[in-house]
Write a protein that binds this ligand. Sequence first.
Ligand code: ZN
Length: 743
Amino acid sequence: MASKSRRLSGLEISLIVLFLLMTAVSVALITVLALKQESDKKEEVTPEEPSPSVTPPEKPYLIGVGRADCTGPVADLPMMGYANTDQTARGLHTRLFSRAFIVDDGNKRVVFVTSDIGMVSQRLRLEVFQALKEKYGDLYRQDNVVLSGTHTHSGVGGYFQYTLFMITSKGYIKPSIQAIVSGIVKSIDIAHRNLRPGRIFINKGQVADSNFNRSPHSYMNNPEEERNRYEFNTDKQIVVLKFTDLDGDGIGLLSWFAVHPVSMNYTNRMVSSDNLGYASYIFEQEKNIGFLPGEKGPFVAGFSSSNLGDSSPNIRGPVCVNTGLKCDYINSSCPVGGKKACIAFGPGEDMFESTRIIGENMFKIAKELYGSAKQELHGPVYGAHQWVNMTDETVQFNSTHTGRTCKPALGHSFAAGTTDGGGEFNFLQGDTEGDPFWDGIRDAVLGPPSNETKACHQPKPILFSTGEMDSPLPWHPAIVDVQIITIGSLAVVAVPGEFTTMSGRRIREAVKRELEVKEPFTNAEVVVAGLCNIYTHYITTYEEYQIQRYEGASTIFGPHTLSAYIQRYRGLAKAIAHGTIGELPKGPEPPFFDEDKLFNQVRDPVADVAPVGTTFGDVLQEVNPVYKVGEIASVTFVSGNPRHSGDIRDTTLVTVERFHNDTGSWEIIHNDASWETRFHWIKGLAGRSQAKVEWHIPQTAQAGTYQIQYFGHYKQTTENTTVITPYVGTSAAFKVARSFYYF
Ligand code: ZN
């Protein structure tokens, strides 16, 4: 294969980027969305129900919780999710955090980490383990640490080592991956330091009106008797863990719910933790009274991803944006505008409101379940992990029939994207035919798939035979992590990608059956944790795969991918139940490519330039003298490129401050992690840029005098020196009035 023996030229890479990905044309279709100002009403706080006052267990768990900032660069780099290299970061709405939970049974220890990132990549996991090994030796290992991503589509990429993902991220970007690695490790450090005896309660309930199935046509291809066992075609269940100390005081919450964090759509340019992140944010804000978001407030609330593969939060469903009519059911396209016109929205009037509503829905149910949790987890903890060569698995269906997994490949419908956004050219979902035009281009640029791979992936028409492309590095992984950790009767199945609803149900059931033969698992609760450890796109059922919508086209190891995983996870569960974890083979170690073999197409930003007669931090557009609650206070400063601020973790780029007459001092009431603040970076020509800061004044704001500040850095270069200088922009003082009218 030509692509195997040579490096890709710049032109080829550009062609691929163009081919693979999506132009800005699509943006125009969504600009109909006007940004509506939020009225951020605070919920009435109901007092927390005390924990059941049974005597603490004789041998309590040791529990540690920790949260750390993992926000990377907020400018110029592509966001990871919609695979649109034009969707680069231009500011910050909410910060990204890593949240770690350690549980120790006095003998063994397990760690679950959920981070506000698109997905955990193999590169990220391996780099985290390098750092953990240095600090902790063999305490935190492959088998007892799960790393999960929430799947927000509004964090930046750049933390991958396989070619396809490097292309969509414009390469391996050191400042991006460093922020995430450091944030994850720091969250574990904090949890490690505050380990204390405590108790864990489990509860579950249903979250309504927060997800819908975006590929019902695929789902309906699952056997009828299987579908009849479920009321809905997405999972509505949320599972909540409540962590307390021995006095019953809450120290943390951890939950799993299956919904895509794509409430923020691909027109968004601000870094954001989306709906799951917002649920964590409000839970923590309610518990950590007196702390600004992200500060050292001790309570940690993790809302983690689950089997969200076909589960969308845009619950008004897909419509043709130009006609308001229903899209085609089979391939999600419109008579006018094709599939790009078929977009799912809601439930809010704009993406911010949608994020808030979905986040609040999860928060409210989680809070009720947290308050009423009575069932306590008891018993040992276990962790079981293997590396599996997923290109070479044989599935034993029965004594005579077997199936095989394939070398990775993406189908035509992968390039169609979904009704949540993305997709380019004339690719449609539900394509089992392919398109000779694109096949021709592919063959010319990348080489055709082998007959073996074509046959293996049937009925998928292959667009990219990624398993047969290894220039400059393999395009997709072959070695994949499978892992289960258990805490008492709870099993967390850590899956390497996006399982669809039915895939998640099948794997939960299979794992439960293996576990329930032994104590403490006779009444096991099994949850799927999504986007864990390594990213391998989607995993559909065999039947869903036949339909070849986006999710099936993105099931990269072929039609028997799910069956192969079920076999492997059953093996892990069996080993846990029967106490034979030590006998599990570790499997083949994944590669860790030398850094100089990874490519990076992102150049350092140019030096910053302030317009003549101004300096950095000067106000270009001043605030109004008076605002009322519900309005937006806005100020624009002369700025540098935010990437010149370097590692921005544990800082703030923005403050909103209130003046206290009695002390004559300013009090910070919001930082850049606050929902109420938005920082838009406006990139100008040749290093001339602006920072626009908005404060969406909540209804709860007190009347008084306020100011907004922006903290940046600018870069100046001479022939042989580079100087980075901090600066501060400060708005004029302004008033907030509760109301202009008195009735
Ligand atoms: Zn996804």
